[in-house]
Ligand binder design. Structure first.
Ligand code: ADP
Ligand code: MG
Length: 699
């Protein structure tokens, strides 16, 4: 498809504002806008009118079904399709869709994880329309973005707490803006997620049970060439990949997803896609859709799209960068330094709110990106460490330093910054974003949280970020609203915040060993290395108090979430462990044995023909391989036992610790011996495609 009709196809499968404005009566449109913009209640007659237009529009665009589309705690999206079709008295059918069906759905939800929230006898949950995220058509189905709750009202999804966290931030940010003399309708957080992924040949993918079952390779010796040459990053994109990207962009554009940049990444076969940012809940829906469509489009091109955080050992893994900011409904970015002293003071206050939030809730941010897959990346010298810190760049840091100490800032002019009086010295945006090792970096007018794994739902980290920033803002508003001298109180507040939270600021190399030492020993920052370490902190009192005070989660929801996330971790590793056992017993050991047989036969044949031959190569290979098979057998038995032992634990906490301390090390041990055997075996005797084949065969 040529670029010229992009404006034409853009959003063509979305029931967006243009469509609503064109198709709904003015009354209905205004009323719906009020619901979208100001969270006003939706009246039933309005819902009915919207539903009926939505159906007509969807049917015109080839839809035959509708579904409430939601994001259960599995991390993927869920949908259950219902036909519009209803029998009519004349024996034919009509296409029906009521206001009730639009607003509320009742999927049989008993098989979605609820962490004990919902006993199976009351298995029904309900889905409720989120009118702030537009409906769209996918596979002839009208998809209605919804939140998913139990009948008791507990959230069973990621969308509900995300919307609540946006509400919390909105509430507090408006209080702050009021203090600066600004009345706005709302403050929304915005996100632009940069998405990394791998593309490999579909046929190769299907030959690897580990990729098929777990999304990553559990075995595989390093190829002669990896990423050492750095020749892939931003390199020319291969023709087959270009075709995929063009097709992908088209599909995303039709769904109103602003896919904007694409390039090769560091590792061979690795790429990145970034959309233009949007409101956080929309960005979350869109990112889930993007991941789904990437996989689907890859399939059409004979490719497999890997979204796992670490598909290949020894090669860079895939992450996701969550670019985040706050803006008012009239489009003012609150993290953009302003031009007047007044605007600058406001900017600094919002900046402080984020710095404080990240320091106070490091653990929540860390656990919001914790999964078994992402544990392979964080702290492995290719991604930010598991330690959370904030990068501001030298200039902004120096400005904060000057404010903190009440000393002149040595910028272009020497001035002692008096907030509300002096303009911020200009610092250059471009100099702020050169530290790729920081997990949380200020990039001129937004923060970029870089610890996310490629398959993470961005809902999780934004829930925590929004809630934590709402908490800082609440404390500031409480203090400033009562202040006698606003300017003075503001100045003191900013100074104190910098003093109190400067330990979280770090502009140095986040990959260095020294940083781990300094961060943990000197600064007292937390270093939660694995999911099993991080997740239980969700239930720390300070975290629960904050999340409940802002009505982001209820106590029951927090308990259930902690349980579900740990369960996901254990299940993931458990499946990986069993897949390894299976591959070793059914494929690797038999393959090595067969080759040993042929070696032994060759040796004995050769020796029977001539007593001059030494058979050094054959004999040494045979001896080492035979030794390795003995090790492999021992290691696989160890792993089987560790997996069996998991059944003996009664709490998920104990199970997750055993997964971390027992199962994972045994998996690594087993892999080492199998990978060594791979190096000694002829390629065509090895049962699965090699790393070289997987990484370099798409052209
Ligand atoms: P960089 O290349 O330095 O990472 P870009 O300008 O390319 O920065 O932006 C990266 C991502 O950040 C894009 O998805 C972009 O839309 C998003 N972004 C830009 N401004 C904002 C903002 N105010 N809020 C949220 N995301 C933003
Ligand atoms: Mg970026």
């Amino acid at each position: 498809m040529s670029m010229s009709n992009v404006p034409e196809i853009y959003g063509s499968l979305v029931f967006d504002d243009r469509v609503m404005r064109a198709r709904l009566s003015s009354d209905v449109y205004q009323s719906l806008r009020k619901t979208i913009d100001e969270n006003a209640d939706l009246q039933e007659n309005i819902a009915q009118a919207v539903a009926s237009e939505m159906r007509d529009w969807a049917v015109e665009h080839g839809a035959t079904h509708f579904t409430h589309w939601f994001q259960p705690l599995t991390g993927v999206t869920a949908e259950k399709h219902d036909g519009f079709i209803t029998p009519s008295p004349d024996g034919g059918v009509i296409m029906e869709f009521s206001g009730k069906e639009l607003i509320k759905g009742e999927p049989d939800a008993s098989s979605f994880p609820s962490g004990g929230l919902r006993a199976t006898f009351e298995a029904r949950g309900y889905t409720a329309w989120d009118p702030t995220s537009y409906a769209f058509i996918k596979d002839h189905t009208l998809c209605i973005p919804t939140a998913f709750c139990s009948y008791a009202g507990d959230a069973l999804d990621k969308k509900t707490p995300l919307l609540r966290s946006m509400q919390a931030l909105n509430r507090q940010a408006k209080r702050i803006l009021k203090l600066f003399g600004k009345e706005v309708r709302n403050v929304r957080t915005s996100v632009g997620p940069e998405q990394e992924y791998f593309l490999i040949d579909r046929e190769m993918f299907e030959k690897r049970p580990d990729l098929v079952y777990t999304g990553r390779t559990l075995f595989g010796a390093m190829p002669p060439k990896g990423q050492e040459l750095d020749d892939h990053y931003f390199g020319a994109i291969k023709p087959r990949v270009i075709e995929f990207m063009e097709d992908l962009n088209n599909e995303l554009w039709k769904l109103g997803i602003l896919a904007k940049t694409e390039h090769n990444e560091v590792a061979p076969a690795q790429h990145e896609l970034a959309p233009i940012f949007s409101s956080t809940n929309v960005a979350t829906d869109n990112n889930q859709l993007t991941m789904e469509i990437m996989r689907k489009v890859a399939g059409k091109h004979g490719l497999a799209c890997l979204l796992h955080e670490k598909p290949f050992a020894g090669v860079n893994g895939s992450g996701k960068h969550n670019n985040w900011s706050m803006a008012t409904d009239d489009g003012v970015n609150l993290l953009s330094p302003g031009d007047t002293p007044h605007e600058n003071a406001q900017f600094l206050l919002f900046l402080c709110a984020v710095i404080q939030a990240v320091d106070d809730y490091q653990d929540l941010l860390r656990l919001s990106v914790a999964t078994a897959g992402n544990d392979h990346r964080l702290g492995a010298n290719e991604a930010p460490p598991a330690i959370i810190s904030v990068f501001l760049g030298d200039e902004l840091t120096a400005i904060l330093e000057a404010i903190k100490n009440d000393v002149p800032y040595e910028g272009t002019e020497k001035v002692t910054m008096k907030l509300g009086v002096h303009t911020l010295p200009r610092f250059f945006r471009d100099t702020t974003d050169r530290n790729r090792t920081s997990p949380f970096a200020f990039t001129g007018n937004k923060f970029e949280f870089r610890s996310l794994g490629s398959s993470n739902s961005i809902a999780c980290c934004n829930i925590m970020l929004n809630a934590a920033v709402a908490e800082s803002l609440k404390q500031y508003a409480d203090r400033l609203e009562g202040a006698e001298d606003f300017e003075k109180e503001l100045h003191d507040l900013i100074r104190e915040t910098i003093q109190k939270h400067e330990r979280i600021l770090f502009n140095g190399n986040g990959y260095g060993e020294e940083w781990v030492e300094e961060a943990t020993k000197v600064r007292g920052l937390s270093n939660l290395k694995t999911t099993a370490d991080a997740m239980p902190h969700l239930l720390d009192k300070k975290n629960m108090d904050m999340l409940m005070a802002h009505k982001v989660f209820t106590e029951t929801e927090l308990h259930s979430r902690c349980e579900i996330m740990l369960e996901n971790y254990c299940k993931t590793v458990n499946i990986e462990g069993h897949t390894m056992v299976d591959m070793v017993r059914k494929n690797y050991l038999p393959a090595i044995e067969e080759y040993l047989y042929s070696l032994a036969r060759t040796i004995s044949l050769m020796k029977s023909v001539s007593d001059q031959v030494k058979c050094n190569y054959e004999i040494s290979t045979m001896e080492r391989l035979s030794e390795l098979t003995d090790y492999i057998l021992e290691r696989v038995k160890d792993l089987e036992k560790a997996l069996e032992d998991l059944k003996g634990y009664t709490s998920i906490l104990e199970t997750s610790e055993a997964v971390r301390d027992d199962v994972i090390p045994k998996m690594e041990h087993l892999r080492k011996h199998v990978d060594e055997a791979e190096m000694l075996m002829p390629e065509n005797s090895w049962p699965f495609p090699s790393y070289g084949k997987l990484l370099f065969s798409v052209n």
